[in-house]
Design a protein around this ligand. Sequence first.
Ligand code: ADP
Ligand code: MG
Ligand code: MG
Length: 900
Amino acid sequence: TKYVYTFGDGKAEGRADMKNLLGGKGANLAEMNLIGVPVPAGFTITTDVCTDYNKLGKDAVVAMIKEQVEAAVADTEKAMNAKFDAKDGFPLLLSVRSGARASMPGMMNTVLNLGMNDDTVKIVAEQSGNEKFAYDSYRRFIHMYGDVVMGVEAEEGQHNPFEVVLDEMKEAKGYKLDTELTAEDLKELVEAYKAVVRKHAGVDFPTCPWEQLWGSVCAVFDSWNTERAILYRRMENIPDEWGTAVNVQAMVYGNMGETSATGVCFSRDAATGEDQFNGEYLINAQGEDVVAGVRTPLEITVVGSKRWAERNGTSEEDRKANFLSLEEAMPELYKELDTIQQKLEDHYTDMQDMEFTIQQGKLWMLQTRSGKRTGAAMVKMAVDMLEQGLIDENTAILRQEPNKLDELLHPVFEESALAAAKELSKGLPASPGAATGQIVFSAEAAEEWAAAGKKVILVRRETSPEDLKGMYAAEGILTERGGMTSHAAVVARGMGKCCISSAAGTLVTGSSMTINGVEYKEGDFISLNGTTGIVYEGKVATITPTLDGDFGKVMDMAERNTRMYVRTNADTPADAQTAREFGAKGIGLCRTEHMFFEGDKIWKMREMILAEDVEGRKAALAKLLPVQREDFSGILEAMDGFGVTIRLLDPPLHEFTPNDDASQKEMAEKLGIDVSIVKAKVESLHEFNPMLGHRGCRLGNTYPEITEMQARAIIEAACDLKAKGKDPKPEIMVPLIGTIKEFKMQEEIIRRIAADVFAEKGIEVDFLVGTMIEIPRAALTADQIAEHAQFFSFGTNDLTQMGFGYSRDDAGKFLPIYIEKGILKHDPFQVLDQEGIGQLVRMGCEKGKSTRPDIKLGICGEHGGEPSSVEFCNSVGMDYVSCSPFRVPIARLAAAQANL
Ligand code: ADP
Ligand code: MG
Ligand code: MG
């Protein structure tokens, strides 16, 4: 078996399409070699080896790949004209980098400068003519290796022991910056670091480069299973089985003096989508310095540099003196970089996120990948690239991550509120959007507060991968330090969270923040505009955006390429209107019971429930009729011209009665009866399993007068609208059918009432009578049911509940544990279980069509707005999916993608 793939010198054994085997980074390092982009030589150990490693353990795997790794090191030596484990000649120093199929930035370990020891450092010093550089690299290596491979860590409540030693030295010598350390200082530091290793790890720092290499390779495999990597995978839905590849690559140095530099760049703007090359760099620095947010990096292009200066109020003079762009500082190299970024974008036909290093005037590319982007940038880039002829329409549609559209559907600040708001600070617009919330200073607090239902802004000096959970929980993130490519910025953009970094005048300690001298404490409200980088005091009002511009174009593309259409679940005319603006074509589920909770309608409902006989119920229902008619009229009118599926009363009646003494007393008084009657009624409605109890069509079949009233209200509303020249299309839906008889009884009532109303009004409307398929027995007998039902709507919430036997209201106690233990992959109430419940759905569709070929099929459970479930619905031949108004665009896109 081939475990190792080499690359270098314009040749490579791997290719871009081998991501599964080589990981994203490894596949692209190979590909860059093949298309003539300069990349330091090296090799990739496959992801399969990681899987073996997890099964077989360290020793077996090292023995298995040893020969191939040694051969690959020899190839790398040849390509770089250097020698690993050198006694003389130029030493080959290596980087050992992780690289999974999907990018997991900063989640796993990297070891740089590998191969350094007391001998090689001398040769490096001699050959580079730069002793300071050599010893600086050596001490960085001991630090990194000590951290990553030997587990030298800060103890509880203490600082990292390497940093303690470094700080002590700087203090003793009176230095402020690391760069003030002399070669002699660094030599001393190397010895001190070795002592740290000895003390904390109990063994000496390994001097043998091969031992160093195997230690690092195994550490990368181990890092696949660190807590933060596991957490990241769970949140990004990356399977644990994928494993990581290991990339071993010759080192190049951005810290070899003033003709060296390192940076990160993007072929387009990852925040806005603008087609503008951009990025950040530092002269005389090693890569991690840029991303770690320790030194604030400079802009790569003149355009970016000028924009930066304008944001910060830096004069052109000052900018030219202190903040020169790479384009100005190293024009030739910039030109080369610009050509390469264009070449890579054209080659991959997507926005690239690249890392580069300039070593003494020579440019090397270290990484390229399709860049993470905000929802807005995703949409704009696809539209631009389509118009530029870089991609076709299908690709433009498939490039959209449906869930990311969510960001575009969420609030932005109201302009007038924004104008009135007090500006506190301005930072980098690291990730766009609007966020308002209460300040918290730690990831833990962010999680706790969010769990308690509060909206929080996570405020940090800078963020690290440990803050991930807190970032997910927060509305927005504010950092004192860090550039546009800092951890916080990159991760926030990936999550679509609003983020401002390097906020001017801000000082963050563990438990407070001062902005220009004013203190802000935990719990204080602030607002962030991630699009402009401005921080505001207090809460700022927000508004909902609309579908236009590039977003509209993407939706048009989806429309042109879809087979299914999208309806919405809406109970009010306002929701129906919102959904219609987002492109909904009808209502898939209008829950009539929600209407009873508005205003004083509940009292008429309670009167009906308390009635002792049919006559009493009919009298109460007569009062409800005009109210319902008006509700239905509003909804039908808002969706004029499109089908509106109205579900008859579904929940058990006890949901409408009060449970506590005070409300029961109030009810008795209001209805002029004794409280004991109320109590007795509530008692009699009690059920052990209400969800399996007296609900759905079981109500309509025991109290037909309820169905009569609702059917009358719907048909009357429709007739009245039609008389006014409107085009109402009611579809009356009977819930919770398990047998055909249950349906037929309800249908008979509905059709009888409709005929009555038509006769009374002298006007007729088209309407359908159909049912929900939500009880497994209904799916199993769907052929019988479809002989009478004109449509099916799959109620996958109840179908999942009854199919799995999981009570929806109690599953919260065990589902998270089931997911953590891997018993279930997803919460089946969020992501349709295609394997099990999906069979019931498929069977329902097939059996339904077998007796009524033109039956209308749709879904109205929560799954109707979840992309993988939408794809499934397409595959079983549904006509539409229905979801909440704000998920309509997401479902429309998912429906188009499913069809491509
Ligand atoms: P991540 O996946 O977390 O981005 P990388 O594998 O890209 O990790 O490594 C982190 C950093 O280490 C890179 O950004 C780069 O600056 C530096 N680095 C990695 N390999 C090399 C190399 N061959 N030469 C110089 N620097 C390197
Ligand atoms: Mg470009
Ligand atoms: Mg990287």
